[in-house]
Structures are given as C-alpha cells and as structure tokens.
Design a protein around this ligand. Structure first.
Ligand code: GTP
Ligand code: MG
Length: 198
C-alpha cells in the first residue's frame, strides 16, 4: 500500500474525546520507549509526525493521524514507566485501557516488543489482558537494527516458545526497525489487506 498523505488530527485525553468517526484505526502500544512513535513516523515516511524522545514517557495522550484520508494510525502512551510517578501512571493506564476496550473503530492493535529483550512479564500480562477481552492484536518486534541476525532469531524463537505457553495460536508477528525501515512493506500490506475486507 502506498502512503499518499498522513496528517496529525488531534490529541485526546480519553477515549470519549477521540474523533467521532467510523474510519478504521490501527493503534500502537507497548512499554515506554519501545519505539511506537518512531514506527508511526517510519510507516508514514514523515520524520516528525509523531513526537519521539530518547527518554521514556514522551507520548502522554491518544494521538490520531489520518492516512490517505481514509484510516487512522493512533499513537498511544507507553505503559510500565516506573519513574513517571504513581498517579500519572495510573491515569495513563486508565487512558490506555479505556481506549483499547471501548474504541469501536479500533481495527487492530499493534503491541510493540523490544526485540533485544527476554520476554517481559509486563508485556505477557498485557497480551493476556487483550486476549481475555477479545481485542484484535498483532505483535511487532522493534529495534531489530540493534542486534545481529542470529541474536534476533534466537530472541524470536524464545518469544514464540513463551507465547505458546500461554496461547494455542499465535497472532501475526512482525519485525521492524525505524532506522532501516525493515518491516515497513509487511506492516503496510497487512493494514491494506484488512482495510480491503472492511
Ligand atoms: P513513549 O512515547 O515514551 O512511550 O516512547 P515510544 O514507544 O513512542 O518510543 P519512541 O518512538 O519515542 O522511541 C524511543 C527511542 O528509541 C528514541 O530514541 C528512538 O530514536 C529510538 N528508536 C525507536 N525505534 C528505533 C529503532 O527501530 N531502532 C533504533 N536504533 N532506535 C529506535
Ligand atoms: Mg511515543
């Protein structure tokens, strides 16, 4: 799928304030700093569309970006950033939960996982929560430019094995790098194919 246009629409504090529209949307979630905003910039090809930072806790609202005038990419705050303070963290968790559970036009949630790390409890629990609530999701392993091919395949095998302890069937899995643009074609085709079925 070709990206002809991508534009920022609005930042919202809660799901009830999100745009009143039926257009399909694809949202990005994962631990703070995993690369959600960078992946949106990589997919759209617009470097500073979503704001990124080397420090965790950059995205703090629900951000809608309209693509080709027909569907949305949605950048969400990360979870699991301990140093942000308890009350802010709880507010963000509520924002994320509200969006994920109540947003009717949410078509697919991409859960981003840092490809360099061992499976993390917080991510496995979040996936469990999505499964229990019937939220459609896929997994994207990020920052694959930061490790060797052999280490990446080792980590992916480990992750698959871990997921099979929890699930009988696995969701679609993607690898990505915002630096080398690995995964861009696959992710955009995946979104394009789903859009065609709607
Ligand atoms: P929050 O909004 O704080 O939850 O973070 P985020 O998940 O949106 O992460 P963000 O896109 O801001 O990226 C965090 C840091 O990781 C930035 O310094 C990015 O440049 C870096 N980064 C993101 N993706 C990649 C990648 O694929 N490769 C490399 N090498 N760095 C990346
Ligand atoms: Mg962000």
């Amino acid at each position: 799928m070709e990206i002809k246009s991508a534009e920022f629409v609005i930042s919202s504090q809660s799901v009830s304030k999100c745009p009143d529209t039926q257009l399909p949307e694809y949202a990005f979630i994962g631990r703070s700093n995993v690369g959600k905003s960078s992946l949106i910039n990589m997919l759209t090809g617009i470097k500073k569309l979503a704001m990124t930072s080397s420090k965790p806790g950059k995205t703090l609202l629900i951000n809608h970006f309209l693509v080709n005038g027909k569907w949305f990419l949605v950048d969400l705050p990360g979870y699991g950033y301990a140093r942000i303070g308890k009350s802010v963290r709880e507010k963000l968790e509520k924002m994320i939960q509200g969006y994920v559970l109540k947003r009717e036009s949410l078509t697919n949630l991409f859960v981003l996982i840092d490809s360099r790390l061992e499976p993390q409890q917080i991510d496995l629990e979040f996936l469990e929560f999505l499964g229990a609530n019937g939220v459609p999701f896929s997994i994207v392993f990020t920052k694959t430019d930061k490790l060797s091919y052999s280490k990446l395949s080792e980590n992916l095998t480990k992750y698959r094995d871990k997921l099979f302890e929890q699930w009988e069937e696995l969701p679609p899995l993607f690898i990505s790098s915002a630096e080398t643009r690995v995964g861009r074609d696959e992710l955009l085709s995946y979104i394009g194919n789903i859009n065609q079925t709607l």
